[in-house]
Design a protein around this ligand. Structure first.
Ligand SMILES: Cc1ncc(COP(=O)(O)O)c(C=O)c1O
Length: 394
């Protein structure tokens, strides 16, 4: 595949990168800021955003996001603690996840968070028990699996019957009967999340239509959900990060305005992650070795799946660009761009056309601000990955 050579970095930035030990994440805080401004401008007044910390819980980014007044979507006790440390109001924190531990539930109760997104009848029983022990009433949104296809990679599809997430519609009668018996949980909302990196708006239209039916079902049964949470999942353009650096939030929200039919007093919530932070992050890495392969050369980098696991985990595409200035006579070559980790899946891209690479050349792996740093690991006893922010480069 031929990859366009697009440049986003200034000569000053590249000169600075060359003074830093690699690999590291580079965050363009100006792009983040412009994204946040665009999101704020596009969000209808009656829609509420909870930033999904799972996409990136870096405190520098969180401070910027928090400044816009949004809430937080957390999937662990530690994410709740991080959100509170940054200053997110507990009253705007939603807590999701199929496997909340007792300690995490107790933390949520103690902090009086806005809502637990509960994923099963069994979880409701446990939350009820723990809330009862502390004389509390836990606010609950039922995460319902709407069986709507998000048409994204199967590992990031979450709203199909075969997925582990949420309560299936055929279980709802039983769940409502159960709820009537639980005195320490209060149903306050409905929650949906059909997947991530969703690049068509059609699945969101389908989600609205299912959510309308399910909302109607609850109201008919005498339960009034005060809010409807549609989750996140809005995708970004990984192939063209320079020309599509900010997602079209307005078109996304317009689908919900058009197709969702809430009752006048119901509030509408979203949990966006990737679309907010993915474009502003790049993983900067150095070429360690060039090795001849059968059909292509291998460019072996000092970053690997330990710093950015998305390509290894779900064959995710990231645009890879050289940060070197090609000389007039420099040729292009095809490379399998790989990491140093002892796994064959440790590959960022195959047959990538790049200007001829040499040991020490810098590469940028673009659009890595979401599910990058936050998923990094110390496998092979690697060092924790560092971060650099555009604000520190003069
Ligand atoms: C329940 C839930 N909400 C929100 C998100 C955020 O999704 P995204 O980063 O694609 O916007 C996820 C991510 O998978 C999720 O599982």
């Amino acid at each position: 595949m031929v990859i366009k050579m697009e440049k986003m970095f200034t000569p000053q930035q590249i000169a600075y990168f060359k003074t830093q030990p690699t690999p590291f994440y580079y965050y363009d805080m100006d792009l983040l800021e412009r994204t946040l401004i665009a999101l704020k401008a596009a969000t209808p007044n009656d829609f509420h955003i909870h930033y999904a910390l799972k996409a990136n819980a870096n405190s520098e980014l969180l401070k910027r996001i928090h400044a816009y007044g949004w809430g937080a979507d957390c999937v662990s006790g530690n994410e709740i603690k991080r959100a509170l440390e940054i200053g997110f109001n507990a009253k705007n924190i939603v807590f999701a996840g199929v496997g909340k531990t007792d300690e995490e539930i107790l933390l949520g109760l103690e902090q009086n968070i806005f809502c637990f997104n509960a994923e099963s009848g069994h979880e409701l029983i446990v939350i009820n028990q723990l809330a009862g022990q502390h004389n509390k009433i836990a606010p609950i949104a039922l995460r319902i699996n709407p069986n709507v296809d998000a048409y994204t990679h199967k590992y990031i599809t979450t709203g199909l019957e075969e997925n582990k997430f949420g309560i299936n519609p055929y279980e709802l009668e039983d769940i409502l009967s159960l709820l009537k018996t639980l005195k320490h949980v209060k149903l306050i909302g409905l929650h949906f999340h059909i997947g991530s990196q969703i690049t068509s708006l059609t699945p969101y239209k389908n989600l609205c239509l299912r959510a309308n039916e399910i909302n109607h079902f609850f109201i008919q049964k005498g339960f009034f959900p005060e809010h409807i949470n549609l989750g996140g999942g809005l995708g970004i353009n990984y192939a063209e990060p320079n020309t599509h650096s900010i997602v079209d939030f307005a078109s996304y929200f317009a689908v919900f305005k058009k197709f969702l039919e809430p009752k006048p007093s119901q509030s509408i919530h979203f949990e966006l992650g990737r679309s907010i932070v993915a474009p502003c992050g790049s993983l900067i890495s150095k070429v360690l070795y060039i090795k001849n392969g059968i059909n292509t050369n291998f460019a072996i980098l000092d970053a690997g799946m330990t710093e950015l696991i998305r390509p290894a985990l779900y064959q995710a595409f990231h645009l890879i660009e050289s940060l070197e200035t090609p000389s007039d006579d420099s040729r292009t070559r095809k490379y399998d761009v790989v990491g140093p980790i002892c796994e064959s899946s440790d590959c960022f891209g195959k047959s990538i056309v790049l200007p001829e690479l040499k040991r020490g050349h810098l590469l940028a792996i673009r659009s890595a601000g979401a599910y990058g740093e936050v998923m990094s690991s110390q496998y092979n006893l690697r060092n924790p990955v560092k971060s650099i922010y555009s604000t520190e480069i003069k």
